[in-house]
Design a protein around this ligand. Structure first.
Ligand code: URA
Length: 468
């Protein structure tokens, strides 16, 4: 039996039937004694570890509504500062997975695989990647998220396609998977519901940016998908949640550690997010860029990530013997139109208008556009990328509050990026907008996001590292 490392204050007395009612919710410690949630908060606050059964009771009690938000927020803040050790993290993640149902695609051949990005600005990779990988014969049951803070979300991008439904019943998801080898949906009430509740609470309590909480949140959803292999794209830079390489590396190792210890082969790439990915930012604009990539065109960085991450997914699903073969297969699917056709079939299966594929003009558009220009001549040194994401949110392209309605036509076209030479007055960004109420602020923010100097900046590679 594991020794309990509780703080040296009296444990609550063992509760016997009859006294249980006096405490609203009790956590079993696994040794025949009970703790109140308050004792668990204090235990973590003082830097001790929580027993397995206590963690499991906390997560089931919070999911069922027996533990109130104010106590869970306090516990999350204690975890934010004190952390969870490797064992606690594994139990915490496992309990989050078991707060709901686990899909199971193990009977499928080839093995079901997925990809997850920690999020950035202009990161539309899942949209071209998933159909390209499915077009090569793999099975991709992708559960994605909405925009978070300054970052965009796959679901919001998909919903800019008229009619596209990301909330399908499980039976319909299964049908589509059997038909196309691909489905793109949002987290349902059944998939890791503990994370859904905890995530909303973290967002409102300043406890998002913690590597262990981020890792358990991401991995509980991904592992509940019942996949056998997962590729993670851990972003680093001014447009990512992880601003430094050591933090990104730690996140990548924590995520891969959880995945591999739970039977899902997980690898991670650390990739650059010091500038927007591709040339378009904003929901409908990113779908347009997706169509370019699926036609074998599109910006080089987006194509490169689709090829690199797609190759990894094909190896994980055992369709390709090695990465070179995987890369070649993804390249072929983009060049011969099969990836584009898969995307069109998916749009139709999920209730969207498939005509947008041949006629992207059918996608939502903004009412007007305006140019942001260089304040001086020189070479672009850096872009404060999260500021561009926030500027898009101010214009209605993302949410500031959970119930904000997104304007899918809002966004930016990035005309120049880091390392480019520009003349004073030359366009850096074209802003697509409809609502003018915060336009001046968004324009100012976008202008200020660019630093222009005289020397060429040190180049940063797109692919920074690979963690197996
Ligand atoms: N994405 C998630 O799903 N959860 C987090 O905590 C952060 C990013």
């Amino acid at each position: 039996m594991r020794a309990l490392k509780l703080r040296p204050v009296p444990m609550p007395p063992t509760i016997t039937a009859g006294t249980v009612d006096t405490w609203p919710f009790l956590l079993a410690t696994g040794i025949g004694r009970y703790m109140r949630i308050l004792d668990a908060i204090v235990t973590k606050r003082d830097g001790f570890s929580l027993p397995d059964d206590v963690i499991r009771s906390i997560l089931s009690g919070y999911t069922s509504g027996e533990i109130p938000d104010y106590q869970m927020s306090a516990l999350l803040m204690a975890i934010f500062f004190r952390g969870l050790n490797t064992h606690e993290l594994a139990i915490w993640t496992d309990a989050m997975i078991h707060s709901g149902q686990r899909m199971d695609w193990r009977e499928l051949t080839p093995r079901a695989v997925d990809k997850h990005s920690t999020g950035g600005v202009g990161d539309k990779i899942s949209l071209p990647l998933a159909p390209a990988v499915a077009a090569c014969g793999s099975v991709v049951p992708m559960v994605s998220g909405r925009g978070l803070g300054h970052t965009g979300g796959t679901l919001d991008k998909l919903e800019s396609i008229p009619g596209f439904n990301v909330r399908l019943p499980m039976e319909r998801c299964t049908e589509i998977i059997h038909q196309l080898g691909l489905v793109l949906i949002g987290q349902t009430e059944q998939i890791a519901p503990a994370d859904k509740k905890i995530y909303a609470l973290r967002d409102a309590s300043g406890t998002v940016e913690n590597i262990q909480l981020i890792s358990s949140s991401i991995m509980s959803k991904k592992l509940a998908e019942g996949i056998s292999g997962l590729v993670l794209d851990v972003k680093v830079g001014s447009g990512a949640f992880m601003k430094t390489l050591p933090d990104a590396e730690q996140l990548a190792r924590t995520l891969t550690g959880i995945g591999n210890s739970m039977g899902c082969t997980t690898i991670a790439h650390i990739t650059r997010m010091d500038r927007p990915l591709g040339k378009k930012v904003g929901n409908a604009l990113e779908v347009k860029e997706t169509l370019e990539v699926l036609r074998g065109e599109g910006p080089e960085d987006v194509r490169e990530l689709v090829l690199t991450l797609g190759a990894e997914m094909l190896v994980l699903s055992k369709i390709s013997p090695d990465l070179a073969d995987g890369r070649q297969k993804i390249h072929t699917s983009l060049a011969n139109g099969t990836a584009l056709q898969k995307f069109q079939q998916l749009i139709e299966a999920q209730g969207g208008d498939p005509h947008i594929v041949d006629n992207p003009q059918l996608l939502p558009k903004s009412a007007a556009q305006t140019s942001i220009v260089a304040k001086r001549s020189g070479i672009i040194q850096s872009i404060h990328t999260s500021q561009l994401g926030i500027a898009c949110c101010l214009l209605g392209g993302g949410r500031s509050k959970a119930d904000d309605i997104i304007d899918p036509g809002v966004g930016m076209e990035i005309t120049h990026t880091i390392g480019d030479s520009v003349q004073q007055g030359e366009e850096l960004v074209k802003i697509h907008f409809t609502d003018t109420s915060r336009l001046a602020e968004a324009c100012q923010m976008t202008t200020n996001a660019f630093t222009i100097g005289d020397e060429p900046p040190t180049p940063i590679p797109l692919l920074i590292g690979r963690i197996v």
